[in-house]
Design a protein around this ligand. Structure first.
Ligand SMILES: Nc1nc2c(c(=O)[nH]1)N[C@H]1C(S)=C(S)[C@@H](COP(=O)(O)O)O[C@H]1N2
Ligand SMILES: [Mo]
Length: 421
């Protein structure tokens, strides 16, 4: 078949699709009903007021900010937080498209506030089981060959197992973001110091008041671990660990030590506060699940999702995100009938290892109540479990690593709520 014939076929099917869905999309038809907030003087065929005079002058915003009409698209921060003990702000996942989280909306999680660090006075010390202990300035770190990768970062308490689970996608899994990170391979920096044969762990310490400390297995340090100084093209935000943080792709958020000041190479893990009193889980047999590391495959529908409302019957794209700490997303299945049947969603390219993957499914809402949900399958074949399946294995005292399926209920009036709440 010639490419011209293909193009014609594509155009014809696009036309059919649009004809079929015009009524459903609504508002696109000339003379059709308009949104209540619109001033008729600004609508076709009139010239809108913002075309009648020049706009804002250049330089009024030397650092760009979103439109004032987007002022609701902000981090989701609980008003009841004890800010300096244990604070978190969630990414508004249901407001975002694609896979990259804008830096201003990247989730935050800190245990002792956000330190203000002068990069000229910051040092990274590398010592322990190495041939040559070293102290790096930021300039030293930037002299190493750099690399950039897109990876997600997720807190292991995203969400915890305690009810109520929350209303929106952000409430449920908003301790999750994805960025393009730039920095230096940790392997390269360790090679510069020279590892001794007994080196099995690297203990990383942050320069915040919490001095957050975690032991990282040497295999991860010599694999894809990075020391990062930039995020989506600009320097890290203070909230994300400026001027340098550890990035361990696919590993639980708390191991990605921010404001990194020390790497201590050891033969054994240190059993720090963050790997004993926190970030271990009590299993039903009384044992502790520790060093759990990996964030397992997970997904969530972000549109339509909790807190939103479907206003019209007919065409409705279902879209969401999927991710796995073990590698690439292989498939995402979506059910629109309460889990009775599942169909494959389309995966948006690029599908990257340990990054968010956007999925889509075209759907027609018939105006009847429905329960929609997604489940991720990663390249290892692992399938995202239901909450009941997770609880059956991990028991009632488990706190971290909840990667359950989160179904949304759509009511006859279009309101979308958490079906698990
Ligand atoms: N030094 C230091 N590093 C830290 C933390 C901290 O409080 N102090 N919080 C950890 C936790 S629990 C998570 S989930 C991630 C959050 O990273 P973010 O705030 O950039 O999203 O950072 C980790 N690294
Ligand atoms: Mo976390």
């Amino acid at each position: 078949m010639s490419s011209t014939t293909n193009d014609n076929l594509a155009r014809a099917s696009r036309r059919r699709f649009l004809q079929g869905s015009t009524a459903a999309v609504g508002g696109a038809v000339l003379g059709a009903g308009t949104s209540a907030a619109a001033d008729a003087d600004n609508l076709p065929p009139n010239i809108p007021e913002w075309m009648k005079a020049p706009g804002e002058p250049m330089g009024s915003q030397p650092y760009g900010t979103p439109s004032p009409f987007g002022k609701n698209v902000v981090k989701n921060i609980s008003p009841n937080l004890k800010q300096y003990i244990s604070a978190s702000g969630r990414t508004p996942l249901q407001e975002l498209d694609g896979i990259i989280t804008p830096n201003g909306l990247f989730y935050e999680r800190h245990h002792g506030g956000v330190p203000t660090i002068d990069p000229a006075q910051h040092r990274l010390m590398l010592h322990g089981l190495v041939e040559r202990p070293l102290v790096f300035t930021m300039d030293d770190l930037r002299r190493f060959p750099s690399e950039s990768h897109i990876y997600f970062l997720e807190c292991s308490g995203n969400p915890v197992y305690t009810k109520p689970y929350g209303k929106t996608a952000s409430d449920l899994v908003g301790l999750l973001s994805c960025a393009e990170w730039t920095g230096v391979s940790l392997k390269l920096v360790l090679q510069e110091a020279g590892l001794k044969p007994e080196a099995k762990w690297v203990v990383a310490e942050g320069a915040d008041a919490a001095a957050l400390t975690r032991s990282i297995p040497i295999e991860k340090c010599l694999d894809d671990a990075m020391l990062v100084y930039s995020q989506n093209g600009e320097r890290l935000r203070p909230q994300q660990g400026y001027p340098v943080r550890l990035l361990l792709p696919g590993f639980e958020g708390n191991m990605n030590v921010k404001w990194l000041r020390r790497l201590h190479v050891t033969a054994e893990p240190i059993y720090s506060r963050e790997e004993t009193s926190k970030y271990t889980d009590l299993m039903p047999d009384g044992s502790a699940r520790e060093f759990s590391f990996y964030m397992e495959a997970k997904s969530i529908i972000t549109r339509p999702s909790g807190g939103q409302r479907l206003t019209t019957k007919g065409f409705q794209e279902i879209t969401g995100i999927a991710w796995s700490g073990h590698g690439k997303i292989a498939r995402v299945e979506v059910s629109v009938d309460g889990g009775k049947s599942w169909q494959d969603a389309q995966l948006q390219e690029p599908v990257l290892t340990r990054a968010l993957t956007r999925f889509r499914l075209p759907w027609r809402w018939d105006g009847q109540p429905a329960v929609i949900q997604s489940r991720a399958i990663d390249e290892t074949g692992y399938v995202q479990p239901t909450l009941a399946e997770l609880l059956a294995v991990r028991g009632e005292n488990h706190f971290y690593h909840n990667n359950a399926i989160w179904p949304w209920r759509i009511a006859a009036d279009g309101e979308v709520t958490n079906a698990q709440a």
